[in-house]
Design a binder for this molecule. Structure first.
Ligand code: CUA
Length: 312
């Protein structure tokens, strides 16, 4: 059981409920004692105050009990920490690259995916990095969260023990497209995973180099745009998002700001190519200058440009 809570087999939940339990017990004990004292020792019942000088036994008790409680919290937390940092030997490795503003999951056979598909029952190790700024990968259902740091590798692991589709998103504010960094963990039966794993045995880069089948090609390009994170900010249906829509872009007249100067330009092929390669050279008026240069091959750029020409 991973979605609902409490999930006491997971140390995050067991430590959480241990601390909540202790806090609630203390709350009721102290409040109850306080209320009792207010009633028991009010002026009517106890008109003459007494001077109390101390009680050694009581002081020892209220030192020892809290010490035991905080040590218990420490112990549970430490065990949970060690559990979360110790990856099981048979874990499946997936390399995760975070970038503004999409996720890329790369499997050991080289295939890349934008959803994290994993087989049920086998632990998964995610090796994380970022190409630009700090991101943080969060899978609430599995109670795991870890920063993605440029130039550094971090990791986390989890045990997919229930079939289903769970949210995976960025939980470190990383710029205007932060909210677009959301995708899914798909936990599927072993056989289904194997099938997918074998069938998707070509990388997107390879796929992009294949001759584009016009009808099927359009579909593949949409996948490519999605996979590269383009559709996190641009739409292909005409509505504006973080960036201008790609629909009808080709040959449209756009007002851009180039080195602080505003001017009109026709979105022809050279303009589109430049906008992909040097996204901040000409900024379309009214949009933030936030687009990163993406790792696209020339083949991929060709394919995208050809596609945009058809997207009227
Ligand atoms: Cu990436 Cu927020």
């Amino acid at each position: 059981m991973v979605t609902g809570w409490p999930n006491l087999s997971n140390p995050t939940d067991s430590v959480f409920f241990l601390i909540i339990g202790i806090s609630l017990a203390l709350l009721f004990i102290t409040s109850g004692t306080m209320v009792y004292f207010v009633i028991r020792y009010n002026r009517k019942r106890h008109p003459r105050p007494e001077n109390i000088t101390g009680n050694t036994a009581l002081e020892i008790i209220w030192t020892i009990i809290p010490t035991i409680l905080v040590l218990a919290i420490f112990w549970a937390g430490w065990k949970g920490f060690v559990f979360k940092r110790t990856v099981p030997k048979d874990a499946m490795l997936v390399k995760v690259t975070a970038r503004q503003w999409s996720w890329d999951f790369k499997y050991e056979n080289g295939i890349e995916s934008q959803v994290l598909k994993v087989p049920i029952g086998r632990p998964v190790k995610l090796s994380l990095t970022s190409t630009d700024v700090l991101h943080s990968l969060f899978i609430p259902a599995y109670r795991v969260k870890e920063d993605c740091v440029p130039g550094m590798e971090t990791y986390l692991w989890f045990q997919p023990d229930q079939e289903g589709s769970f949210d995976l998103f960025c939980t470190e504010y990383c710029g205007v497209g932060h909210s677009a960094m959301i995708t899914k963990v798909e936990v599927v039966p072993q056989e289904e995973f194997e099938k997918w794993y074998q069938a998707r045995g070509i990388s997107l880069a390879e796929a992009a180099q294949r001759p584009v089948d016009r009808k099927k090609g359009a579909l593949d390009i949409v996948t490519l745009l999605k996979d590269k994170g383009c559709l996190g900010c641009h739409t292909i249906d005409g509505s504006p998002k973080l960036g201008p829509t790609l629909k009808g872009l080709y040959t449209r007249e756009v007002t851009v700001i180039t080195q602080g100067k505003e001017h009109k330009i026709v979105a022809d092929e050279p303009y589109i190519r430049r906008s992909i390669k040097e996204p901040r050279a000409d900024i379309v008026k009214g949009f933030p200058p936030v687009m990163p240069a993406l790792p696209l091959s020339d083949h991929e750029i060709d394919a995208i440009v050809e596609y945009l020409k058809t997207l009227r």
